[in-house]
Design a protein around this ligand. Structure first.
Ligand code: SF4
Length: 328
């Protein structure tokens, strides 16, 4: 019997990445203020297609499908949409490339950049609270933090390439993939912020040209970054202060758990088993760091009409399993 999901995953993994790693890209420019080292590594040591996480590839693919649906819905509703491309636009001075999703006419004069962003209900709930570009910088999701910089950079990039576009505002257009609800935010062009990004990209170009890089500095974003193993492999940063213990059975479970990630039933069972055994401990087992951190959770009790008065702060424990190295 053929296994359809497996065949589709294999096909997806075999697809070549068509990104041009000789250039900086508008979609990544926000990393200038988060981790410029990542931008330099992307240029100097592009990730190999086979090393990119399958779940990440699935998400990108799904994002593209949603983009087509969102565009089609706007066209069906009578909006005038102008495609850009098909090739990416270039700004040689900054070695910058980018391709806005579309331009949209909201009146008869000049079009605005529109960028489609489909997201989970959880992320949508967050962005629904955002109305100004600065709000996005507070998000814990890097792709949300970087979205305003991406759309702002499209404006000078389009001008460089002789497109007529509203210079003052672009649109981030979000869709909740679950409910289909939409949310739009006008991103007003902020020249000082754009200059910070462009100056950062200039520095990235210098580092790439000189074949040098910035020291790695561990942040929350490193947890999922493909370069984590490279940046911290030989350092104690990920291990600092934690005892390394030998527990072959637990290590076998952790390795097997990683193989089964993200959705297999066995994964959940092993995770729960390991959590039960190690919750409250901070240890290293083989290539895995097991940590428990406290956090406060607010709960509300009935009656709902007065629930604010019954708000309680309860201390709980958060348990994380991080793989220390990921081979590039
Ligand atoms: S692992 Fe961390 S320091 Fe290294 S490139 Fe990624 S985000 Fe930057």
């Amino acid at each position: 019997m053929r296994n359809i999901p497996q065949e589709l995953d294999t096909r997806l993994m075999a697809q070549e990445d068509d990104r041009d790693y000789d250039y900086n890209h508008c979609s990544e420019a926000g990393w200038v203020t988060d981790c410029m080292r990542r931008l330099i590594l992307l240029r100097r040591m592009p990730p190999k297609s086979a090393d990119v996480d399958l779940s990440m590839k699935r998400r990108f693919e799904e994002g593209h499908r949603q983009e087509v649906l969102m565009r089609g819905e706007l066209k069906d509703a009578g909006f005038s949409i102008l495609p850009v491309g098909p090739d990416s636009l270039e700004w040689p001075e900054y070695k910058l490339k980018g391709l806005p999703d579309d331009l949209i006419y909201l009146d008869e004069k000049v079009p605005n950049v529109i960028d489609y962003k489909s997201c989970s209900p959880y992320v949508f709930k967050e962005v629904k609270r955002f109305n100004r570009w600065e709000d996005f910088l507070k998000s814990k999701y890097h792709w949300i933090r970087h979205a305003p910089g991406q759309t702002m950079l499209y404006i000078p990039l389009l001008k460089q390439n002789d497109y007529d576009v509203d210079p003052e505002a672009s649109i981030l257009y979000f869709k909740d993939k679950d409910s289909g609800e939409k949310h739009q935010v006008f991103i007003y062009y902020d020249d000082p912020y754009v200059q910070i990004l462009l100056n950062g990209l200039k520095k990235v170009n210098e580092y790439v040209e000189n074949k040098t890089n910035i020291e790695a500095d561990y942040t929350d974003d490193c947890r999922w970054c493909d370069y984590k193993g490279y940046c911290f492999k030989d350092e104690q940063v990920l291990r600092n202060g934690l005892e390394t213990i030998n527990n072959e059975e637990a290590e076998r479970m952790l390795i097997r758990m990683k193989e089964l990630e993200p959705s297999n039933e066995e994964y959940k069972k092993l995770h729960d088993q390991i959590r039960t055994e190690f919750l409250g401990h901070n240890v290293i087992i083989g290539d895995f760091k097991l940590t428990t951190t406290d956090y406060n959770q607010s709960t509300y009790q009935i009656p709902p009409e007065v629930k604010e008065q019954y708000k309680q702060s309860v201390q709980r424990q958060r348990f994380n399993i991080d793989q220390l190295t990921k081979v590039l």
